[in-house]
Write a protein that binds this ligand. Structure first.
Ligand SMILES: [Zn+2]
Length: 314
């Protein structure tokens, strides 16, 4: 893959994009962590605590991983399935961020989080990378990304994710890809967007067939949005990239970028992103009506946990 050198482009003004306009902006406290985290049952308090821990001293890798060594005698497949069934735990072969990357992870997450507070959660779902940089340069409440932060984000996007155990397809190759406003609709009262066409139609049919108790919980996610989620997950995983990628696709690998979406039960909150969702009446109806072709089924070999709330469109 051609490695895109966006650093050289930073001095050139990026094309203006109509993302809510100045009226939609709100200022935020400098260190607030908002943590609107789809696909993760996480509160802002838990996220803040994880940021704190991540800002401390890195664990000794050997000791940290030794406590999770799998039994040697088991076959690769058994070990893999065991790992995926225990996706929220660390395992011996997990890949961790380096000592120098740890502070960059925290700082770039906080900066992106401030961009989210600035543009609002809805607009942030579809914010492109160039626009994020523009907002950061122009707003003191965010502050421009440092060259080290940008190199870190770039290296994360172009990383060979198989090295940390994620085997899903890369669906967006360009860090600076944007979803045109012509190609998307905003779904009222959800703060989320869907692609026009198939995604929009399937969602409408689901609401018709299942009723008002089912709602869109995450639609289109730009590279920026997915990066924010992935950094949050990596912080919660104390710098363990493998652990993070078992429950959240790395940037560029999420099908939310090209049409898939998540649904949940109204009032079910963060539980919508846990296996508990598969115990709801709404889930049963989705299955009965044939909507659930699951992107990441149980015992999949893509390196991702079971996600019963994720609607495969593409
Ligand atoms: Zn999803």
């Amino acid at each position: 893959m051609q490695r895109r050198k966006f650093l050289g482009l930073l001095s050139i003004g990026s094309a203006a994009a109509a993302l809510g306009g100045a009226g939609a902006w709100r200022l935020s406290a400098n260190n607030r962590v908002s943590a609107v985290i789809e696909d993760m049952p996480t509160s802002a308090t838990e996220m803040s605590a994880a940021v704190q821990r991540m800002s401390g001293v890195a664990p000794d890798k050997l000791k940290y991983l030794q406590s999770f060594q799998a039994v040697d005698e088991e076959t690769q497949l058994t070990r893999y399935l065991e790992k995926m069934n225990n996706f929220e735990y660390s395992h011996g072969e997990d890949v961790l961020l380096s000592e120098t990357q740890r502070p960059l992870l925290v700082e770039s997450f906080k900066r992106i989080d401030r961009v989210q507070s600035l543009v609002g959660h809805g607009n942030f779902n579809v914010l492109g990378f160039d626009d994020m940089l523009r907002y950061s340069r122009r707003n003191e409440s965010v502050g421009a990304f440092t060259s080290q932060e940008l190199e870190f984000l770039e290296s994360l996007f172009f990383d060979d994710v198989e090295r940390y155990g994620f085997y899903g397809e890369k669906v967006i190759d360009s860090l600076t890809a944007v979803v045109s406003s012509r190609d998307r609709i905003k779904v009222s009262r959800t703060g989320h967007f869907l692609f026009k066409g198939q995604s929009e139609e399937i969602y409408k049919k689901i609401r018709q067939d299942v009723g008002d108790s089912i709602v869109l919980t995450s639609g289109i996610r730009s590279i920026v949005k997915q990066t924010h989620l992935f950094l949050a997950k990596t912080i919660q995983s104390n710098g363990n990239l493998s652990l993070a990628s078992r429950s959240l696709a790395p940037p560029g690998h999420s099908f939310h970028g090209i049409g898939d979406f998540d649904v949940g039960k109204v009032g079910f909150g963060a539980k919508n992103f846990t296996v508990d969702f598969s115990g709801t009446e709404e889930f049963r109806q989705l299955v009965d009506l044939g909507y659930l072709t699951i992107r990441y089924p149980e015992e999949n070999l893509l390196g991702v946990r079971y996600e019963p709330w994720h609607i495969k469109v593409v």
